[in-house]
Design a protein around this ligand. Structure first.
Ligand SMILES: *Cc1c(COP(=O)(O)O)cnc(C)c1O
Length: 404
C-alpha cells in the first residue's frame, strides 16, 4: 500500500498523474477501480492480524479501499501534506474533522463568510453537542484575536469565499491559532491545490469538497481532509471508520482521474474568469465586479500572493437596480436571457454555471442578514468553465444589453 516508487522532487503536474498505490499484477496504466465492499483474506491468521492493525491490508471498504487510498495519496501530494483522508462529501469532511478534534466545552472561531452549510453545521448542529462557535469578519484579523478563549481549539476559514470572493490572510490566522494552542483549518475548495497550498502559509488542516474542482466535471460528490499523518491516522481515521462518512470507491476513482487535469483546468478557467471579470467591469449595467484577480478587489495583493498569482474561476457581479426589487428583476433578466451557460448552483464544473445567490445559496437568510453579508438582490455568481470566452460574453450580453 505504499506509493509507487517515484523519484523525489517531481512537479505538481506530474504528481497529479502519477501518485497512487502500486499497480495490480495486471499492470494497468490507468488506476483500477476496486468496486468492492469486502476483501478476501488468505487465512484466519492474516485476517486477525489485519483487524488488529499489526499488518497492513484491506479488509472492508469502510476502513480502507485501494481506489480511495490512491485518491488520498494523490490529493496529499498536491496539497503538500503528509496525508489525507477521504469523506463522502465536503460537508462530511468538516463533520469528520470536528468529531475528531472537538468535545463539549470547546470553542471554535469561524469566518462569518464561509459556505452556508458550514455555517449551519457550526451554528446549529455542533451547538447541540456543547461546542460553541464565534463568527467573525473574514478579513479583520483583530476580530479573530479578540474572539480567542482558553477553550478555543479550532480556527476555521475559507478563502476566497462564496460568492463575494473575499480573501483572508492564512499566515496571520495560522500565527494566531498557534499562539493560542489551536489549529487552523482552511477550506481550499475555491482555489484547489493547483493555485493555493494553505500549508505553505502555516495552515494545519485543509478541507476539500472534491465535488467541485477536483472532480471538475460535475459528476460525483467527494470530500477530504489533508494534514499531518498523526492526526489523519490517529484522530480522523477512527472517526470515519466508526461514523461511516466514507467515500465510495467509484466516486474516489472519478475524482482521482479528475485530478489529472486539475492544473490545466484551473489555469484555463482562471484565465477565462479574469477576461470575463475585466470585461464586466466595463459594462454600464454592471455596478461592481467581485474577483480577486482584479486590482479593484480589496485583497487583490494578498490574493495574488496566496493564489499563485491567479484569481480562480468564480466571478460575482452586481447588476444595477435602484432598489432590491428592481435589482432582482434585472439579475433574473440577465440569468434568464442566457442560452448557453447552465442555471444551477454548483461550481467547479467545465460547464460555466450562473447562479442568483440571493434566492438560492443565501435564500434562507433574512434580507437583513443578506445585506450584512453583502449579498444584494442584483448579485450574480458566474462559475466560469471551459466554454469559449466569446460565447460566455455573448450569453451575458443577451440580458445586459436588453435591460429596461
Ligand atoms: C460545496 C462546498 C462545500 C461542501 O461540499 P460538498 O461536497 O457539497 O459537501 C464546502 N465548502 C465550500 C467552499 C463549497 O463550495
Amino acid at each position: 500500500m505504499t506509493d509507487r516508487t517515484l523519484p523525489p522532487g517531481l512537479h505538481r503536474d506530474t504528481l497529479a498523474l502519477r501518485t497512487a498505490i502500486d499497480r495490480s499484477q495486471y499492470g494497468e496504466n490507468s488506476e483500477a477501480l476496486y468496486l468492492t465492499s469486502g476483501f478476501v483474506q488468505a487465512d484466519a491468521e492474516t485476517s486477525a492480524r489485519r483487524f488488529a492493525g499489526t499488518e497492513e491490508g484491506f479488509t472492508y471498504s469502510r476502513t480502507s479501499n485501494p481506489t480511495v487510498a490512491s485518491f488520498e495519496q494523490r490529493l496529499a501530494a498536491l496539497e503538500g501534506t503528509e496525508a489525507a483522508i477521504a469523506a463522502s462529501s465536503g460537508m462530511g469532511a468538516i463533520l469528520m474533522m470536528c468529531m475528531g478534534l472537538l468535545r463539549a466545552g470547546d470553542h471554535v472561531i469561524c469566518s462569518r463568510s464561509v459556505f452556508g452549510s458550514t455555517l449551519n453545521l457550526f451554528a446549529k448542529e455542533f451547538a447541540k453537542f456543547g461546542v460553541e462557535t464565534t463568527f467573525v469578519s473574514q478579513t479583520d484579523v483583530a476580530q479573530w484575536r479578540a474572539a480567542l478563549r482558553p477553550t478555543t481549539k479550532l480556527l476555521f476559514a475559507e478563502t476566497p469565499t462564496n460568492p463575494l470572493t473575499e480573501v483572508c490572510d492564512i499566515r496571520a490566522l495560522a500565527d494566531l491559532a498557534h499562539g493560542a494552542g489551536a489549529l487552523l483549518a482552511v477550506d481550499n475548495c475555491f482555489c484547489s491545490p493547483a493555485l493555493q497550498r494553505p500549508v505553505e502559509f502555516g495552515a494545519d488542516l485543509i478541507i476539500h469538497s472534491g465535488t467541485k474542482y477536483l472532480d471538475g466535471q460535475g459528476r460525483v460528490m467527494a470530500g477530504a481532509i489533508c494534514g499531518p499523518r498523526k492526526l489523519i491516522v490517529d484522530v480522523f481515521g477512527p472517526v470515519v471508520r466508526t461514523a461511516g462518512m466514507v467515500l465510495s470507491p467509484f466516486n474516489a476513482w472519478v475524482v482521482l482521474k479528475g485530478m489529472e487535469t486539475l492544473g490545466i483546468r484551473m489555469e484555463a478557467q482562471s484565465a477565462r474568469a479574469l477576461a470575463v471579470a475585466q470585461w464586466l467591469e466595463g459594462h454600464p449595467m454592471v455596478a461592481r465586479v467581485h474577483y480577486p484577480g482584479l486590482p479593484s478587489h480589496p485583497q487583490h495583493a494578498l490574493a495574488m500572493r496566496q493564489q499563485s498569482g491567479q484569481g480562480g474561476a468564480v466571478v460575482s457581479f452586481d447588476v444595477r437596480g435602484n432598489d432590491p426589487v428592481t435589482a432582482r428583476k434585472n439579475a433574473f433578466h440577465v440569468i434568464d436571457s442566457t442560452r448557453v451557460v447552465s442555471i444551477a448552483t454548483n461550481l467547479g464544473d467545465t460547464k460555466t454555471i450562473i447562479t442568483h445567490p440571493g434566492t438560492t445559496s443565501h435564500g434562507r437568510l433574512s434580507e437583513e442578514q443578506r445585506q450584512a453579508a453583502g449579498i444584494g438582490q442584483g448579485l450574480i455568481r458566474l462559475a466560469v468553465g471551459l466554454d469559449h470566452i466569446e460565447d460566455i460574453k455573448a450569453d451575458l450580453l443577451r440580458g445586459l444589453d436588453t435591460l429596461a
